[in-house]
Design a protein around this ligand. Structure first.
Ligand code: ATP
Ligand code: MG
Length: 348
């Protein structure tokens, strides 16, 4: 199973028409993106964002996924799926230079040094990233995901008649989506990619197109909704409605919750930037973001101010043709929530 294959070249110069489906099961909603590929051109043919009802049991999520496909009349047999969360670990390590086969064998003995799980409990993948600064060493990206997480997901989608083609780690799918859809990367510059969702914030830092750091922080929009629901004495659904109602004047007091949660997210981002800057002696030059939370203008403004950097929200449909039966305006309005699903569908 592949987790972390960083692929940058979007062109696929074959005249054969193929279709790939990205399925991103997030903490708040299920996202589906269907891309048709022909002669190096990707066309969005269908998409859906389906809210996961609050308090839904894990065993019922498969029904929500099925409904999400049925609603857009999509009936694939194979999909590309994202995984993320605490059971997914990514490490950037250096190893003596060796071949891919030698490294695969070495990691069989060595990987446990770098992960908090036994090797028997995980699926493992790796990528050689190139030469490390120290003589005779190379940089390696090691990715592992708990077997039980992957097996539960495989079982779940199989129960609704789907097979999995590729499993990708959500922050890497986001990275692929953003980079493949047109961000021009300068090999010497440092880029940070932020995905701020419902239950987590993904932080990926790359030098040019080469990822060097990745961290997932378990804070997102859910923390704001939970605090508000408690404070206002209303259900989670009501608190979420209140938050999403952009026309409503929010009380001074409730705005404090945004600032507190966003302040915590900003702190984690700052820590990550600091760690990267210390280790690589390079500063982050540009920051791109996606994820539902970044659709809030005030959230983006707050983070820009706290981090003292410019943060650009990226639309991952920039190089993707939108099928005539879909509205470009509608797609653009939810583009930042769909970045992970786009990255998955680009995997072919
Ligand atoms: N305009 C908006 N549209 C949708 N979600 C918004 C908007 N503004 C804020 N949000 C918040 O963004 C979050 C949803 O973001 P997103 O869809 O990226 O999360 P997710 O992918 O379901 O979760 P995760 O990636 O953390 O598992 C929710 O907490 C929601 O309240
Ligand atoms: Mg998400």
């Amino acid at each position: 199973m592949v987790f972390c294959d960083i692929h940058i070249n979007m062109a696929n110069n074959t005249s054969k028409i193929t279709e790939a489906i990205g399925l991103d099961i997030g903490g708040n909603s299920i996202k589906i993106v269907a891309l048709q590929k022909k002669g190096g051109i990707n066309t969005l043919t269908a998409y859906n964002i389906k809210k996961i009802p609050t308090n839904v049991q894990d065993s019922e999520i498969k029904n929500v996924v099925k409904e999400a496909f049925d609603e857009v009349d999509l009936h694939p047999t194979e999909i590309n799926l994202s995984v993320s969360g605490p059971d997914v670990i990514v490490r950037f390590i250096s190893f003596p230079k060796m071949t891919k086969d030698q490294l695969a064998e070495a990691l069989g003995y060595e990987a446990e040094k770098y992960i908090p799980f036994s090797i028997n409990e995980v699926f493992l993948d790796f990528l050689i990233l190139g030469d490390a600064p120290a003589d005779g060493q190379m940089n390696v990206l090691l990715a592992v995901a708990k077997r039980e997480l992957i097996e539960a997901r495989v079982k779940m989608v199989q129960q609704i008649g789907l097979n999995i083609n590729v499993v990708d780690i959500a922050p890497f799918a986001m990275f692929n989506a953003l980079v493949e859809t047109g961000i021009a990367l300068d090999e010497k510059k440092v880029y940070a990619f932020l995905g701020i969702g419902h239950v987590q914030t993904d932080i990926l830092i790359s030098v040019g197109a080469r990822p060097c750091f990745m961290r997932q922080v378990q804070i997102g929009g859910k923390s704001i909704i939970e605090s508000l629901s408690y404070k206002m004495g209303v259900s989670l659904e009501k608190a979420e409605e209140y938050i999403l109602d952009i026309d409503k004047e929010k009380e001074e007091e409730t705005l404090g919750f945004f600032d507190k949660v966003l302040g915590n997210i900003a702190k984690e981002i700052q820590l990550s930037f600091g760690y990267f800057e210390n280790r690589y002696n390079k500063r982050v030059d540009s920051v791109y973001c996606c994820g539902g939370m970044t659709d809030r203008k005030e959230a983006l403004g707050f983070l820009k101010q706290k981090l003292d950097v410019d943060i650009k929200q990226w639309n991952s449909f920039q190089k993707i043709k939108i099928s005539d039966n879909l509205s470009k305006k509608d797609v653009d309005s939810v583009a930042s929530q769909l970045a992970v699903a786009v990255g998955l569908a680009l995997r072919g």
